[in-house]
Unconditional design. Structure first.
Length: 260
C-alpha cells in the first residue's frame, strides 16, 4: 500500500507541476461566478480564519481574503504554491499565507479555522475519508465546512466510462465519486446534512484536450474517447456538437455544513 501511495503521490506531483500555469489561467475554473459558489456557501465574516485544503493556484484563498481576517492555503505541489503566491502578490493580498502540506496531515492544531474548504481535489485522493477527517479536525465548533468537486453519474455504466476517460486524461485522478458518496462523508463525520448546490463546468473539447497531459501524451486518443461519447452521452457530460466543435460539461457540486 505504501508503495502504491508513493507512486500516486509522484503522479500527482508530475501532473500538477506540468498543469500549474495552465490550470491557474483556466477561466472555466477560476471565474468569479464559480468562486462565488464557495464564498456564498461559507457565509464568511470579517473575524473568520479560513483554510483551503489542496488549494492549487490559490484562487479560492484569494477570493476569501477580502472577506475574512486571514485566509490560508495548503497544497502538496510546490509549483501550484508558486502560482498561488504570484496571485497573492498580483492582488496585493496581505492577509494570506500558503504552506506545502499533504491533505492527510494538515500542519495545524485542532479547531484552528472558522471556514475549511476544498475544491476539485477529492477525486485525486485515494482516501477521502481520512482527508475529510483532517478537515473536520482543524475546524472549530460552528465552522463552515465546504467541499466542492466534480461528480460521477449515478448510472454505474456512465460513471465507469467517465472515470476511465478521466484517468486517461489525467493519470493523477483516482475516482470522481457520486454526490451520495460525498454526502456520506459529512454523515459519517457526524456533521449535519450538508446543503448541496449543483453546477457545471463547461468546456469545448478541443480546449480541454489541448490543456491536458494524458497517458503517453496521447491527445488524439483522448479526443477519440470524447467523440465516441457524444452519441448516448456515454460520459454523462452533456456532450453535443456545434459548429465550434464538441461541447461538454463536468457535473459538480458544492456541499456545506457546520461543525457542531
Amino acid at each position: 500500500m505504501a508503495s502504491n501511495t508513493a507512486t500516486h503521490d509522484a503522479t500527482i506531483a508530475d501532473q500538477f507541476t506540468r498543469q500549474a500555469s495552465g490550470f491557474a489561467a483556466a477561466p472555466e475554473l477560476h471565474n468569479d461566478a464559480v468562486l462565488a459558489l464557495l464564498t456564498d456557501a461559507a457565509h464568511p465574516k470579517p473575524s473568520d480564519r479560513m483554510l483551503d485544503v489542496a488549494c492549487g493556484p490559490g484562487s479560492v484563498v484569494a477570493a476569501f481574503a477580502p472577506l475574512v481576517l486571514h485566509a490560508e492555503g495548503v497544497d502538496a505541489t510546490p509549483a501550484m504554491l508558486a502560482e498561488a503566491r504570484k496571485l497573492a502578490a498580483t492582488k496585493n493580498l496581505r492577509n494570506i499565507g500558503f504552506r506545502n502540506s499533504s491533505a492527510y496531515q494538515l500542519p495545524y492544531r485542532d479547531a484552528s479555522f472558522d471556514i475549511v474548504a476544498t475544491r476539485f481535489a477529492f477525486h485525486h485522493l485515494e482516501d477521502p475519508p481520512a482527508a475529510f477527517a483532517e478537515i473536520v479536525r482543524v475546524a472549530r465548533p460552528g465552522a463552515r465546512i465546504v467541499l466542492c468537486d466534480g461528480v460521477a453519474s449515478d448510472d454505474p455504466v456512465k460513471a465507469l466510462a467517465f472515470n476511465e476517460m478521466e484517468r486517461f486524461r489525467d493519470p493523477s485522478t483516482v475516482d470522481f465519486r457520486t454526490v451520495g458518496y460525498l454526502h456520506d462523508l459529512f454523515r459519517t463525520a457526524g456533521l449535519p446534512n450538508p446543503l448541496i448546490t449543483r453546477f457545471q463546468v463547461p468546456y469545448l473539447a478541443e480546449t480541454l484536450v489541448a490543456h491536458s497531459f494524458p497517458v503517453r501524451d496521447d491527445r488524439a486518443g483522448l479526443m477519440r474517447l470524447i467523440e465516441q461519447s457524444v452519441a448516448g452521452d456515454l460520459l454523462a457530460m452533456n456532450a453535443h456538437r456545434s459548429p465550434k466543435g464538441i461541447h461538454l460539461a463536468y457535473q459538480a457540486v458544492v456541499l456545506v455544513s457546520e461543525r457542531p
